[in-house]
Design a protein around this ligand. Structure first.
Ligand SMILES: C[S@@+](CC[C@H](N)C(=O)[O-])C[C@H]1O[C@@H](n2cnc3c(N)ncnc32)[C@H](O)[C@@H]1O
Length: 260
């Protein structure tokens, strides 16, 4: 009896979907499709909010949406990461739905997508209030109420004492924020900057600075880097909200995330 085997399993690439000799294929070769990495996002509004290795480049996503969707949505990203695809989908006028298992990435994703409805006046006010709070507490020898998380154990102290003190004052302030979207932005700013003033660094996974020949960070202008990031986010939210009005992009955004 003659036996047949099924077609060999093979991972599809964009060149399999688009015939090699079609005009689309020539446009794709030498285009952003040949470099789908996240690095270029580091300087782009919204995408630049958090450092992240495993993400798509926004140009790659934009071009994929333009090439394959023809205005037909919604866009579903079952592995949403920090939301590059979802953000680009919304900016291109699609409704977007995403799932993400990593709570940090899911939060980054949600905060980015909620940027369209954030009240910028409340954000500005909270940034100003942080300034007053921080300067007042730092100069008065205040004892922060926030404690470092109990289960968080590292081989060496994550922060030097001076840095930890500054971090805890900022955490105390975050605890006072009533508006949930604004509080999430502050939490995201902490998540995005926390390693840069710690005694660890991305190598590319988290490792002690001394193990990679870098000096320990004894002290650091934590407040300055924190407010610089907040200001960047405020600027990007203004850009996002203006773009949504000017380009009449999707009004309804659906985003779900799954955390452990
Ligand atoms: C390459 S990244 C996604 C990039 C993203 N699509 C973008 O637009 O930049 C893959 C993501 O899948 C997530 N992931 C892995 N397994 C998952 C699961 N079972 N459910 C949801 N998310 C998952 C990972 O946490 C990771 O953030």
């Amino acid at each position: 009896m003659k036996t047949t085997t099924g077609p060999e399993e093979k991972q599809l690439s964009l060149f399999d979907i688009v015939p090699e000799k079609s005009p689309e294929a020539s446009a794709i070769k030498g285009s952003v499709f040949s470099d789908p990495a996240f690095a270029s996002n580091k300087s782009l509004p919204i995408h630049r909010w958090v450092p992240w290795i495993a993400g798509f480049s926004s140009d790659f996503v934009k071009q994929a949406l333009r090439t394959y969707l023809n205005g037909e949505g919604p866009v579903l990203d079952p592995f949403a990461g920090v939301g590059t695809t979802l953000v680009e989908a919304v900016l291109s006028g699609y409704n977007a739905i995403g799932f993400e298992i990593n709570p940090y990435a899911a939060m980054a994703c949600r905060v980015k997508l909620e940027a369209s409805c954030v009240d910028r006046n409340i954000l500005k006010t909270e940034i100003l209030k942080l300034g007053y709070f921080y300067r007042d507490k730092f100069s008065s020898g205040f004892v922060p109420k926030t404690m470092p998380p109990e289960g968080f154990r590292t081989r060496a102290d994550f922060y030097s004492p001076k840095v930890l003190y500054k971090v805890l004052i900022i955490q105390d302030f975050i605890a006072t924020i009533q508006d949930h979207s604004i509080k999430d932005i502050f939490m995201l700013v902490f998540a995005a900057t926390m390693v840069s003033y710690s005694n660890y660094s991305y190598e590319p996974s988290l490792a002690r600075r001394v193990s990679s020949g870098k000096q320990e960070i004894i002290d650091f202008p934590v407040f300055d880097i924190f407010t610089a990031k907040l200001t960047e986010i405020l600027q990007d939210i203004t850009w996002f909200q203006t773009k949504i009005i000017d380009d009449k992009v999707s009004g309804l955004m659906i985003y779900e995330y799954q955390s452990r």
